[in-house]
Write a protein that binds this ligand. Structure first.
Ligand code: GAL
Length: 411
């Protein structure tokens, strides 16, 4: 090292918050490619680049369902990235068990993650045999119905306040040439719609019995029948919504082509990018206006074990950066999710985000399916629901029977 570079390194280590001695490029993979998602992930990249390191963006287009197998095969195939998104829960369980993921416990203890990450279940989902393997970056809930105020105005009916009013509005919407419910055709989206209906109509205890306790009798029983009937309503209301991506379905709501979408709170990112205002241009009904609870799943970053010490060092810097109060606010405001820290200033939150924060403060929370059921079992549920949404001949009774059979063998 010549004098000039020594001086530069020294100056950098004084000015910048993290050691610059080992600044390096780090590839980060994720499936955030919609307008709102890209705006949010840019905040993470900006914060990491400010440490002198460099975020090499490894966006994988499609969806989590497309991205996860690619991420997993790179890690198991000996070509690991520096960091990668998964939903917090059980998606990375086997990678951790195989010893391929970096243990972050020392950083977590030094920075006191346990003291400020809320709810505690998020960190529990990152923990295996007492060791912490991931950084939760947000709380994303799926329990939302997004409605286009303009679509209801065009149909001459008030914006519904709950699921039953929405179903009742469908014929008038159709008569006005509006698709009542936009549903993207990727498997996870039909499952999302189904389980949101389940929590809303049968309640959080029923959801726990089915996805948590894997109680097949309950899943196949009388208390659950209304959920499968509502799934038939949803299928009918989504006729003609021939899009794949969730954000294309959101665009149908933004443009008033469709009246509503059941989707996670990440949809807010799209409304924001389109310049729409919560309460004015669109309405959000948490828990479909019936059972106001939110799932506290979301996204977490995992750090595959690497041999290069500079990259290993940079992984630690990225982990800390993602949890810093400033990054948590900037990222989550764009993402539509809630920060994992309760000690940050969220004055800038919009109406829908405020509803989410209020539900969280009341403790009305449930875990996400990924936190309860294995990835394999959830794939079976996905397959069944895609078939159901595309096959009008499958009745509510058939669906319930087949769903209960999956629950019986689920882990
Ligand atoms: C989820 C993820 C969200 C959102 C969504 C759609 O799995 O948790 O952050 O991006 O996929 O891409």
């Amino acid at each position: 090292m010549n004098f000039r570079s020594v001086a530069a390194a020294l100056a950098a280590s004084v000015v910048l918050p993290f050691s610059m001695a080992q600044a390096t490029d780090l590839e980060v993979t994720h499936w955030w490619t919609s307008g709102g998602e890209a705006a949010a992930v840019a905040e993470l990249a900006k914060a990491f680049d400010a440490t002198g390191n460099h975020w090499v963006d490894g966006a994988i287009a499609g969806s989590g369902g497309t991205a996860r197998p690619i991420m997993i095969s790179r890690i198991t195939g000996g070509d690991p990235m520096g960091a990668t998104q998964f939903n917090h829960g059980r998606q990375a369980e086997e990678l951790v068990q195989a010893g391929l993921m970096r243990d972050l416990t020392d950083i977590a203890e030094k920075e006191g993650w346990k003291d400020f990450i809320r709810p505690a279940g998020l960190l529990d989902s990152c923990t295996l045999d007492g060791k912490i393997y991931c950084v939760p970056v947000n709380i994303h809930s799926q329990q939302w119905l997004w409605l286009s105020n303009a679509a209801f105005e065009k149909a001459g009916i008030p914006v519904p306040k709950n699921w039953d009013e929405y179903v009742a509005a469908a014929p008038k919407l159709e008569a006005a040439g509006i698709i009542p419910l936009a549903v993207g055709q990727q498997p996870w989206q039909t499952t999302l719609a189904f389980q949101v209906i389940l929590v809303a109509l049968a309640g959080p205890d029923a959801y726990q019995k089915v996805f948590g306790d894997k109680d097949e009798d309950f899943a196949g029983g009388a208390d659950m029948a209304k959920v499968f009937k509502a799934a038939v309503d949803a299928r009918g209301m989504s006729k003609g919504s021939n899009v794949q991506n969730w954000n294309d379905a959101t665009t149908m709501v933004i443009t008033g082509k469709a009246a509503g979408q059941i989707m996670g709170d990440w949809a807010q990112g799209e409304f924001q990018v389109a310049g729409q205002v919560a309460g004015k241009d669109y309405t959000c009904l948490p828990g479909l206006g019936v059972n106001e609870v939110i799932q506290t799943g979301g996204d977490a970053f995992y750090f595959p074990k690497l041999t290069d010490p500079a990259k290993t060092e940079a992984q630690g810097v990225l982990a800390s950066t993602m949890l810093s109060p400033a990054t948590q606010v900037a990222f989550n405001l764009k993402k539509g999710s809630l920060p994992v820290r309760g000690d940050v200033d969220l004055n800038a939150a919009n109406d829908c985000m405020k509803k989410g924060l209020d539900i969280l403060a009341k403790g009305k929370i449930i875990p996400a399916p990924d936190q309860l059921m294995s990835a394999d079992s959830l794939t079976q549920v996905n397959d069944l629901l895609v078939e159901f949404f595309n096959t009008p001949a499958i009745t509510a009774e058939d669906l319930q029977k087949r769903f209960a059979a999956i629950v019986a063998s689920a882990d």
